[in-house]
Ligand binder design. Structure first.
Ligand SMILES: Nc1nc2c(ncn2[C@@H]2O[C@H](COP(=O)(O)O[C@H]3[C@@H](O)[C@H](n4cnc5c(=O)[nH]c(N)nc54)O[C@@H]3COP(=O)(O)O)[C@@H](O)[C@H]2O)c(=O)[nH]1
Length: 755
């Protein structure tokens, strides 16, 4: 506290008088400050009522003349002033500042100021004491509130620990908050991403009422405002607020309202509302802050919980993607491998038998290319369902990719069980599948390997099932085969063949041989069939029977077929230019014939080749099989008509081996039928073959089609054919397929013969 100075304690009852004045009536406690006028006004000293009463007839000059004139500065401490008064036995001291009279300080004035100051201090102390007591009471209240908050926070921590918002925990939260803020009603409402109420946890409202309240909030009314605008509301009488749409009908009546949003970083998860304090008081700013802080903590919990949920969902999705095939939803290779290794480990202990069925669709590529990938995908899904429908619980169907499926049958009694399942699946797939507007026949082939008979290793078992599958395909597809050790070498050969075939065109390993087609009655060559040969540097000569099927399966037939067409037409043009115009027959495979999504139309290819080689169209004959004719009848007819309009001839190869009906033959723009060599082979000994050849000859005659007998090997066959309406023959009897140079020599000979 500041040191008390003389200047702070000036005596108020001072009267200024002049030297020559005479005191008259004298009041008690008055101190006279005596001044001289000449030459300038000057302070001369002090006279007290006591001095005057002692010398009632003296003028003031006399009263001050014989007395020491003591003065002090205003800054002098009061203690020193009192000592000075004691030493000089004075009751008052003049206070001068740089010689100028400021006032008078008396013992009494000092004591009064000191007393006043004491009183003030006492008052302040009292006030502080009262304030301290009030603060203490408030602190006690706040400690209580903090304890309750702590409880609520602990509930929230519990929520955090549970990582998901559970209603009991939210209940604990709203109960704690209601207790804390003395609220009669309270509720926590949680909304989902689109603002629909997903949780409504209440306090002070009965369950029956809550059920009747129904949907809360609707995004309107006061609580809607809280959520939509992400703001708090603190109202004395909510009914008077213009934004109030009223509480739902069955909600208990409420007057005061405190509502806060549960939001984090601008995202609103819901709202908390409290209503009507038991004490009747209104909600305060502090209450609002408390509720907001509670809501904030809750928002963190919800945010956290939702994030955890999202991570969990993402993990599940990743886990699913890692183990299941997205298209068919069957287990993928990873999951199959996991399960297979587990079963194999178990089987080693229990001596179980496990079968692995490797299934591949027989015609998937064609379906995919013909109908498009969307149909292909749907077909695979339908196939997956059919396969699953044939299995028991515990079996694992899986998709490896493409049209390859592996089915694991654990715990079978013997390999016969595996065969039964394979037959069941093949039968199921033999039934047509309805995919979009198409009825599709999607047959399959299956290779089977057995643990432990074939191998103890999963990888080996898979490779063995694959080899068996290859074998099943080789045997004409739509069947199943068990693995045998011999199959391995066949599969390896197949792989080697594919590897080399992919390079055959580039390495110019393909050549064409030509086989004459001869007029039976005069032996003149009327045409040449181009037949492909493959001279591989490592494998030697590979015949078409060995690689055309592979080329079709791999799609390599398209570039190879284009090369054949171009080379054959070039050769025919060369013969034409050499004065030996001769018809060239070129084999087309089904894959070449039908248009594929990413490939050019056959018609365009033919047009380009004719243009480029300048061969007359009528010198080109395309050989197609009955199966091509029967597939996609309308588009086939269209394509054939367009090709025919170019002037190109069309013949049906291997006739008699397919299933073409006579009416179809009538509809197609055909020029030639080629009787399959299998009928010609035993024509002299087999009456059935003779009958078939006779029937075909008669039919060709009726339809005005040229007829060529294939595989003519001896004179007796030729004699029989000559007796029929079959005018043309082709076979080793006339010539084997020969390289272009030899074919040219044969042609020259034939031309000479004609002349
Ligand atoms: N898509 C394509 N297919 C082609 C092509 N080149 C041939 N092929 C087809 O491959 C199959 C086998 O052909 P290949 O080994 O050339 O056999 C042909 C002849 O050599 C054989 N033939 C001819 N005469 C006789 C005979 O008297 N006896 C006998 N045992 N065989 C004989 O027949 C085959 C010709 O058959 P075809 O085509 O039905 O007239 C075969 O299916 C070819 O079509 C090609 O470039 N593209």
């Amino acid at each position: 506290m500041k040191q008390l100075a003389v200047g702070d304690c000036l005596w108020p009852h001072v009267r200024r008088v002049m030297e020559e004045e005479r005191p008259c009536s004298v009041e008690r406690n008055i101190v006279f400050a005596v001044f001289r006028e000449e030459p300038v006004e000057e302070f001369c000293g002090l006279a007290t009522d006591h001095d005057i009463s002692k010398h009632p007839n003296w003028i003031f000059a006399d009263l001050v003349e014989h007395r020491p004139m003591l003065s002090v500065a205003p800054k002098l401490g009061v203690r020193k002033a009192l000592c000075l008064m004691d030493e000089n036995q004075l009751g008052a001291l003049a206070v001068l500042n740089k010689g100028q009279f400021v006032g008078v300080v008396t013992r009494q004035s000092i004591l009064e100021v000191l007393l006043n100051r004491e009183r003030l201090l006492l008052k302040e102390t009292m006030r502080l004491k009262i304030a301290a007591e009030t603060n203490h009471e408030q602190t006690v209240v706040w400690v209580g509130r903090l304890a309750a908050l702590n409880d609520a926070a602990r509930s929230l921590l519990g929520v955090l620990a549970h990582t998901s918002i559970e209603n009991e925990l939210l209940q604990a939260g709203i109960d704690a908050l209601c207790n804390l803020l003395d609220a009669r009603y309270g509720a926590i409402g949680i909304v989902d991403n689109v603002g629909a109420l997903t949780e409504f946890i209440y306090a002070g409202i009965s369950d029956e009422q809550a059920q009747q309240i129904g949907h809360l909030p609707e995004g309107r009314g006061l609580l809607g405002v809280v959520i939509e605008e992400n703001v708090s509301l603190r109202l004395a009488d909510m009914g008077k607020d213009p934004r109030s749409a009223g509480f739902p009908q069955h909600h208990p009546h409420m007057t005061s309202l405190l509502a806060v949003p549960i939001s984090h970083q601008g995202r609103v998860y819901g709202r908390i509302y409290l209503s009507d304090k038991y004490s009747g008081e209104l909600f305060t700013k502090n209450d609002e802050e408390l509720a907001l802080s509670f809501a904030h903590s809750l928002s963190l919990v919800i945010d956290n919980a939702r994030e955890i949920e999202e991570v969990k969902r993402a993990r599940q999705r990743l886990d699913y993607i890692a183990h299941f095939d997205a298209l068919t939803e069957l287990p993928n290779r990873t999951l199959l491998t996991d399960r297979a290794l587990q079963f194999i480990a178990q089987a080693q202990r229990k001596h179980d038998i496990i079968a692995f069925l490797f299934l591949d669709l027989d015609n998937f590529k064609v379906i995919n290319d013909t109908f498009g990938h969307a149909v292909g995908d749907e077909l695979l899904r339908a196939v997956a369902k059919r396969i699953s429908g044939c299995l028991r619980e515990g079996d694992t169907p899986s998709r490896m990719g493409g049209d390859e499926f592996i089915i694991m049958l654990p715990n079978i009694a013997d390999s016969l069980d595996a065969a039964k399942v394979a037959i069941k699946i093949l039968h199921a797939l033999n039934e047509p599948l309805q995919v979009q507007q198409h009825q599709i026949y999607s047959r399959a082939s299956i290779g089977i390997s057995i643990y432990p008979d074939n191998s103890l290793s999963f990888d080996e078992l898979l490779a063995q099932a694959d080899s068996a599958l290859y074998h099943a395909k080789k045997l004409g597809k739509n069947n199943y085969q068990f693995f045998t050790p011999e199959m391995n070498s066949a599969a390896q050969h197949y792989l080697k063949l594919e590897h080399h075939l992919r390079q055959a065109l580039e390495l110019e390993e393909l050549v064409l041989h030509y086989q004459p087609q001869v007029k039976i009655d005069n032996g003149c060559i009327i045409g040449m069939e181009a037949l492909i040969r493959w001279h591989n540097h490592a494998m030697g000569i590979v015949m078409p029977d060995q690689f055309i099927g592979l080329a079709e399966e791999t799609g390599l037939i398209v570039p190879i077929g284009a090369w054949v067409l171009q080379t054959a037409c070039k050769q025919a043009r060369a013969w034409q230019l050499a004065g030996m115009p001769i018809r060239i027959a070129v084999n087309l495979s089904g894959r070449q014939f039908h248009r594929f999504q990413d490939q050019r139309q056959l018609l365009d290819v033919v047009l380009d080749v004719l243009k480029e080689t300048e061969l007359s169209p009528e010198l080109l004959e395309l050989e197609i099989t009955e199966s091509i004719l029967m597939h996609k009848l309308d588009t086939t007819l269209d394509t054939l008509n367009q090709i025919k309009q170019l002037g190109v001839r069309i013949s049906v190869d291997d006739f008699g081996t397919g299933y073409s009906s006579l009416s179809y033959l009538k509809r197609f723009p055909l020029d030639t039928l080629k009787i399959d060599k299998s009928f010609v082979k035993d024509i002299c000994t087999d009456a059935n073959d003779r009958a078939i050849v006779s029937a075909i000859s008669a039919m060709a005659g009726q339809l005005k089609l040229e007829l060529v007998a294939e595989g003519v090997e001896d004179q007796s066959q030729l004699d029989f054919l000559g007796g029929q309406q079959c005018n043309y023959g082709q076979g080793y009897f006339f010539s084997k397929p020969v390289p272009a140079e030899q074919a040219s020599a044969l042609l020259r000979q034939s031309v000479l013969q004609k002349q």
